[in-house]
Design a protein around this ligand. Structure first.
Ligand code: FAD
Length: 814
């Protein structure tokens, strides 16, 4: 074994082998894979080998499609058979909700170039002749699906990587990881030590244990999973003959089963409700090439329904039952990327569908490691989406919930209940008393809307307008006509101080850092000039010595993502002290034309328009409550944000509600806030603003100031400005005849072609319009006549130039 390498991959399952291969493809050849036993010795060897392109997140779906399409090329390069059976798959819906989900998936796939097709139950029966058609209402046909040989695929990745110069060391166990003084890493194995600049934890079933070697508790857990193979079934041979020797795969969402041909029999797997985690505390290092004891009793309820839908199984003899463990993250998506605060430490684990996702994971990881950017929109897989609230018991609760829901549809307005409430702000009880309907983001409970008194605070889950619709309309009206109050504790608050803080922020933010007492909106860009954040930077000065402190407000869900970026760019000399403030600084905001009257009634200070301008921020004494008050709001109205330590939030809430009573103050939630941002065409992080867009594409160009001097991404912005952006974020109003709103990721049509995609949308209650925001190519962005496909129906969508509410901004600024 070498004693030194540029990068070391720990783990020779399908994921580690793919990362190794893709690193060599990206040009890194001084790379080594270390495997404790032999390739595939974890969960890979006993996988059923199924591969699907469908995923609730279209960006993950695109990477799954890449994986499936990679195998033929991989076979050619490596000379190893991957056992590819590209059969195509039928996804069956047994009720209208599941059919809506399939329609949404089908529409979303269009702009990714997926060639799925909606088919009727009788068309599905032509493909799967042994299904009982009467149980189904429709289906989605995906020609890009099938199964492969997991061992063949792993060996093929490793062989191709070796050909390019990589080394694969089997029977080599990494048992200790040490950080060296020069920032490199020593991986200590039973065969000696290897030093490297980068290492990737692809430990699969042992990824938790590898993480713990570096003091990290990764939010993953293995679950037992069963599938069985039947004895040969007489009907299968003729079916194989009629389908070119392969049959077709199927997923029955109602029956919670997947099935396909295996030999002259069938394979059937299920995600049972009575699921069982495996090795909850620690995966034994002695485990390898082993299966677990099957327990058919446990999967009997799923089988009962499955047998009803596919009676052919009921009479077939069971030949083999496979029960094996594999790992999941709390939301079921992989966990990949660099580890915050540990440069050179990367993870690619929690990959629950290694044969569908391994290729895309390997490609993104290799891009990321070699260029600093994953090259795709991998937000849904980024390890940074989880924060410190993911304790092992939280992970267990969520992983079990996710496993049980593997084949259940997720509704766009659905809030999953397991592991909640976890973090709550001090006013949680007050808002619950006001009948709040709750969601959770980055571990913290946040109010979505406030159900009318006497009614259950529950939102019905649907692809259509829910019972929240009329209530949210009232919340919006209260804000636009008077004043409303919303909690803002969920925003991320990054605090910077020290002599180098201003220069640091100036170097990472694209806009100018404001003078003391002022706020500025600013994008943050990566080295490719793409958007990795949109923030409000507030500059605060010490009244005694003028020392500056900065509060950088951003998306709460991206707190860990941004913390990772800030930490990796902080200067080494400790001239900047940085701390995310988490939930210790709590927030409230009031908005609406009466907001100033409410504030004025609580303070002796002058808060008139002239004395307290838009984007001013200062401390005010609000009836004995020292509060940091900023004149800003995301509603696009007159408004203020209030920041206090958690210990003062209840008092401040009561003060504001009392002072607001005379003006009809009403609490409002995130649904109303969203509705009001569509009045104004405001984009938001994770939807309109993501690392695949540039600020000029996203309409944020005015906040980027290349003339201020150097900052990350400046040169790339200048290059783009010379060439012009490729696409543009546009605002649309949809024809509302069907009273359904976009859900996000729908295709945008123009001239009979799909030209772009929706990023988000919904009903703007104040403007009484169904709205969407989305990207289209610049060449056609001046057109006004588009269509957006919502749940299978193409609806007229008129592109607008101006926001529907307060286009001049006089309410916000005046
Ligand atoms: C019954 C069953 C059916 C499945 N069916 C499918 C399917 O149809 N389609 C699909 O896509 N997926 C399926 N899966 C899931 C699939 O098996 C996993 O997604 C995949 O195996 C994950 O691969 P991995 O490389 O991340 O992990 P593993 O396969 O667990 O690989 C990790 C490797 O790392 C090595 N390692 C760990 N720690 C160290 C260390 N410290 N030093 C050196 N080496 C180390 C281990 O020995 C192991 O070989 C199934 C799983 C099961 C159990």
């Amino acid at each position: 074994m070498k004693s030194q390498a540029q990068a070391v991959v720990i783990g020779g399952g399908v994921v580690g082998a793919s990362v190794l291969y893709h690193l060599t493809e990206a040009g890194w050849t001084d790379v080594v894979l270390l495997e404790r036993r032999h390739l595939t010795a974890g969960s890979t060897w006993h996988a059923a080998g199924g591969m699907h392109t469908i995923n609730g997140d279209p960006n993950v779906a695109a990477l799954q499609r890449y994986t499936v399409q990679l195998y033929q090329d991989l076979e050619k390069r490596s000379g190893e058979s991957c056992g590819i059976h590209l059969t195509g798959e039928v996804m069956l819906a047994d009720d209208t909700d599941r059919l809506d989900w399939l329609r949404m998936t089908h529409a979303r796939g269009r702009y990714l170039g997926m060639e799925t097709e909606m088919i009727t139950p009788s068309e599905a029966k032509e493909l799967i002749p042994f299904m009982e058609e009467q149980h189904f209402v429709g289906a989605l046909w995906d020609p890009v699906g099938g199964h492969v040989d997991p061992t063949g695929v792993t060996k093929a990745y490793a062989a191709a990587a070796r050909m390019a110069g990589a080394e694969v060391e089997q029977n080599t166990w990494v048992h200790t990881i040490e950080r060296c003084k020069d920032g490199t890493w020593d991986l200590v194995t039973d065969k000696g030590t290897i030093n490297c600049e980068h290492f990737v934890n692809c430990g699969g079933l042992w990824a938790r244990e590898v993480g713990r070697m570096c003091g990290l508790e990764l939010p993953i857990l293995a679950m037992e999973h069963m599938y069985f193979l039947t004895e040969p079934i007489p009907e299968i041979a003729p079916w194989l003959e009629a389908t070119g020797g392969h049959g077709y795969g199927a997923i029955d969402f109602g029956g919670e089963i997947y099935l396909r041909v295996e030999g002259e029999g069938l394979l059937l797997g299920t995600y049972e409700q009575a699921c069982v985690p495996w090795s909850v505390k620690e995966t034994p290092w002695s485990f390898a090439d082993e299966l677990l004891t099957p327990d058919l009793e446990r999967i009997a309820p799923s089988l009962e329904l499955g047998f009803e839908h596919f009676p052919i199984y009921a009479d077939a003899g069971i030949q083999t039952v496979v029960n094996g463990p594999f790992t999941f993250a709390p939301d079921g998506n992989p966990i990949i990327g660099p580890i915050r605060g540990q440069p050179g430490h990367w993870v690619a684990c929690g990959v629950m569908a290694g044969l569908s996702q391994g290729g895309g994971v390997g490609l993104s990881m290799a891009n990321w490691m070699t260029t600093g950017d994953p090259g795709f929109d991998i937000w849904g897989m980024d390890v940074a989406r989880f924060g410190d609230w993911t304790t092992p018991s939280y992970t267990r609760t969520k992983v079990m919930e996710n496993y049980r829901r593997r084949f259940q549809i997720s509704f766009p307005n659905e809030e999953l209940p397991a592991g909640r409430p976890l973090h709550t702000s001090p006013i949680h009880g007050r808002l619950s008393d006001a009948n709040a309907v709750w969601s959770a983001s980055y571990g913290l409970e946040a109010a979505l809307w406030f159900q009318v008194a006497g009614e259950e605070p529950v939102e019905e889950v649907t692809f259509h307008r829910s019972n929240a619709f009329p209530v949210v309309a009232e919340e919006v009206r209260a804000v636009r006509e008077g004043v409303g109050l919303i909690e803002t504790t969920g925003f991320a608050k990054h605090q910077f101080a020290g002599p180098g803080a201003r220069a640091f922020l100036d170097g990472v933010m694209a806009n100018r850092i404001p003078a003391p007492g002022r706020m500025a909106l600013t994008p943050m860009l990566n080295h490719q000039g793409r958007l990795i954040g949109d923030f409000t930077v507030a500059t605060l000065a010490d009244p005694f010595d003028g020392t500056e402190r900065f509060l950088v407000f951003g998306s709460g869900a991206a707190e860990g993502y941004h913390e990772r970026w800030f930490r990796s760019h902080l200067p080494g000399l400790r001239s900047v002290s940085y701390r995310p403030l988490g939930h210790e600084l709590t927030g409230l905001s009031i908005a609406g034309p009466k907001a100033r009257d409410v504030l004025a009634s609580l303070t002796d200070d002058d808060v008139s328009n002239e004395a307290f301008r838009f984007l001013d921020i200062r401390h005010l004494d609000l009836a004995m409550t020292d509060t940091l008050v900023g004149r800003i709001t995301f509603t696009g109205d007159l408004g203020f944000e209030f920041w206090v330590p958690a210990s003062l939030q209840v008092r401040l809430f009561d003060l504001l509600m009392e002072a607001g009573e005379a003006h009809g103050i009403r609490p409002f939630g995130l649904r109303a806030l969203d509705s009001m941002r569509f009045d104004k065409d405001f984009g938001a992080w994770t939807t309109e603003y993501r690392p695949i867009y540039t600020p000029d594409e996203a309409g944020m160009g005015r906040f980027v100031k290349p003339d201020k001097g150097e900052f990350i991404g400046r040169d790339e912005v200048l290059v783009e400005r010379e060439q012009g952006p490729q696409r543009r974020l546009c605002a649309f109003t949809l024809d509302d005849a069907l009273a359904i709103d976009v859900l996000g990721d729908e295709p945008i049509w123009h001239g009979g072609e799909v030209v772009g995609w929706v990023t988000s949308g919904g009903y703007a209650h104040w403007s009484r319009a169904s709205c969407a925001l989305g990207y289209v190519p610049v060449a056609i962005a001046d057109a006004t006549d588009f269509e957006i496909e919502v749940l299978g129906v193409r609806r007229r969508a008129t592109r607008r130039n101006d926001p529907m509410f307060d286009a001049t901004g006089s309410r916000m600024r005046g």
